[in-house]
Design a protein around this ligand. Structure first.
Ligand SMILES: [Ca+2]
Length: 462
């Protein structure tokens, strides 16, 4: 909905029309705030930034500078300036460095702040830290994420990110960095970025083994190639940019709704719940005796091999193979024991077996009401059915009467199923010699079991 809102508002803003439509279409992250402190004249803060003391004691200030002093001699990440909070002795207040203009995050689902912070292992006090803070009214501030300690194994700059998505979709969001540093160390930051984006999404949102899909949205995936997981197991990454990740489903997987997780190199993982649907590699993926279906994939080889349905530790049920290529097999169900979801086992001629888990489901016959639903002996009745199989079954009229139930077979005139869709019709003739009553219609389908349509046909006598 928010993406749609972003597009709708773009239509209203003629000047920004092209740029915003492009943003919606590509779902690339948007930079809402970028501050490198390089346009300021030290020690002044750049325009749009201010500070506030939090706590009491010896007043001090965030300033801009061209180099670090405690420890000394380190350059800014981006030249010529960094931002610095000078350390002082106790009692000392923390000082918030913050942007004075609220950011409009209403079009977005995701929000993130990233910044560079200087770390130093020597003379470090555990309280020395930077805490990201957010205000939605310009006066009260909340902590976002944990305080980031200055102490580190080695001296140098590190980039940090804090997820601010709880503040996406709001009219005015101010961000701040609350610096705390005691006596020996100053607090240094540089290159603050606030990035927004749509919710992460997969396009297309469904696919089968060997298909590709692209993940976009979010606040940027970073430039280094990370990893992508489908339901916890890694899948192949074909390309990776900050804006989009292209993936391939490089192994057969269980069909169904799947969690996707993006694990960038330098950012926290991004979980996407139920973001992708794995489809069966079988088309159709449901059927019955006589159903013809094809399997798409890779690595089947040129020579015709074997295909079977398999359920747990039971014996495989061989299928009739009617066509075979390295990437597509066509086969037919000849016989099966009961309605189940089967693993499909492909045994190429000269390579190991390929298992497509939970990929083909056999179905019982399903029936619609007969037409007509009443009439005398000799009435020709049509039943619309699915999964009726290609082998003719049996149809009877049934009445649970006294002293005993009555079963009377109907003549089956035709029994037709489309081998690809499973749709079909059964045509029967109502037998002679029954009492006027409303009977169940009982159909014995391809799995050998009876399926009843209760009180489906009213038998009329002259
Ligand atoms: Ca800078």
């Amino acid at each position: 909905m928010k993406s749609f809102k972003a597009c709708a508002s773009a239509l209203a803003l003629a000047a920004a029309f092209v740029a915003l439509i492009a943003t919606c279409a590509s779902a690339a992250p948007v930079t809402l705030l970028s501050e490198n402190f390089d346009a300021a004249t030290p020690p002044a803060l750049p325009a749009g930034w201010s500070m506030a003391l939090v706590g009491s004691g010896i007043a001090r200030a965030w300033v801009t500078d061209t180099v670090t002093h405690r420890p000394s001699g380190y350059s800014p990440v981006s030249a010529p300036n960094l931002a610095c909070l000078n350390a002082s002795s106790i009692p000392f207040p923390s000082v918030r460095l913050y942007c004075t203009t609220g950011l409009d995050t209403t079009p977005y689902d995701r929000l993130k702040i990233s910044f560079q912070m200087f770390h130093d292992p020597s003379y470090n006090d555990p309280v020395d830290a930077v805490q990201v803070q957010v205000s939605t009214d310009g006066s009260t501030w909340q902590n976002a994420g944990d305080p980031i300690a200055m102490i580190a194994e080695t001296a140098g700059w590190q980039q940090h990110e804090v997820n601010l998505s709880a503040y996406a979709g709001m009219a005015s969001v101010r961000v701040g960095l609350l610096g705390t540093c005691y006596i020996f160390h100053d607090c240094y930051v540089d290159d603050i970025l606030v990035t927004a984006g749509a919710a992460e999404a997969c396009t297309p949102a469904e696919g089968r083994w060997w298909d590709t899909f692209t993940i976009t949205g979010g606040t940027g995936f970073g430039e280094g190639e990370g990893s992508v997981f489908l339901d916890g197991s890694q899948t192949q990454v074909l390309s990776w940019t900050n804006d989009a990740i292209s993936c391939r489903i490089d192994q057969p997987r269980n069909p169904g709704l799947t969690d996707v997780e993006v694990a960038p190199v330098a950012s926290p993982t991004m979980p996407m719940t139920d973001a992708f649907t794995v489809l069966s590699s079988c088309t159709p993926a449901t059927g019955t005796t006589g159903t013809s279906f094809h399997i798409d994939g890779i690595g089947f080889g040129n020579a015709k091999g074997k295909v079977s349905l398999k359920l747990g530790g039971e014996n495989p049920i061989p299928l009739k193979v009617t066509a075979w290529s390295p990437t597509q097999i066509t086969c037919e169900v000849s016989k099966w024991p009961s309605p189940e979801t089967f693993n499909l086992i492909i045994q190429p001629k000269s390579s190991p077996a390929i298992v497509l888990p939970q990929s083909f489901e056999t179905r019982m016959i399903s029936l619609d009401a007969p037409a007509p639903s009443h009439g005398p002996a000799g009435t020709v009745v049509t039943l619309t059915a699915r999964y009726l199989g290609t082998k003719k079954g049996k149809v009877s009229l049934f009445l649970d009467g006294i002293p005993k139930p009555l079963v009377k077979a109907c003549k089956v005139n035709s029994w037709v199923m489309d081998a690809a869709t499973g749709a079909g019709t059964i045509q029967v003739t109502i037998p002679k010699g029954l009492a006027a009553a409303t009977y169940d219609l009982v159909v014995v389908g391809p799995d050998g079991g009876p399926t009843a349509l209760p009180a489906a046909f009213t038998y009329e006598t002259p």
